[in-house]
Design a binder for this molecule. Sequence first.
Ligand code: SF4
Length: 238
Amino acid sequence: MSPQAVEQDVRGLVDGLNFAQKVDRALSLIEQAHRAYGDRLVVANSLGKDSCVVWDLAKRVSPQIRGFIVTTRYKPRETKAFMRKMVSGYPELEVFENTEPIPDKLYETGPDRCCDILKVQPTRWAIEQMDVACWITGLRCTEGRTRTDFDEVEARDDDLVKLNPILIWHEREVWQYLAINQVPVNPLYAQGYRSLGCEPCTEISTGPNERAGRWIGTSKCGGECGIHTRPLKGDYQI
Ligand code: SF4
């Protein structure tokens, strides 16, 4: 599967396909990737609602598909408990964490650096150690200002394809899928959170920007941790 093999101008499909058609499209993309990459197709599971959808879709394609979770010392207690539950149910999920010492409150003084050390670097380890050729993410182009410029199939790094099978889903359709298929989610959603990250950098938000509660008060507000924008293979600097 290559970026060229998939229609890249999909923005019209965000409102052009109905929910059932989007589920079929996502399953078809994962099936194609599974045929192309076999065991080297791996799901990045952030334990958020979108990852829960993608993980469930992947398991429908093949129960053998593996996944990885990147956790940090700052993840909320509820997220860590949810992670333990997921891993006990799916031993094919591997957890990666960077435990190296970092300056106190780096998330305030240098959030980009903090994310790079605690989130991007363990993602690189996962990709390398699990010999990943194609990784699946739950990224969606309707989530906020920084997520509009992605494709369903991307090749940002050499020898590494990224598949975003629910790119064109609305937030409502994510919840529709989770409810219809009775997929368990992080209990923090019941408190009103819409996008989950580390505790010091995540607040409850309302309004059209689903990620508006992330990194409030910093230049990163509503933005990205870096796993979708920084190099993951080859030459990179942290
Ligand atoms: S989300 Fe916040 S605490 Fe977590 S790695 Fe990024 S800056 Fe650090």
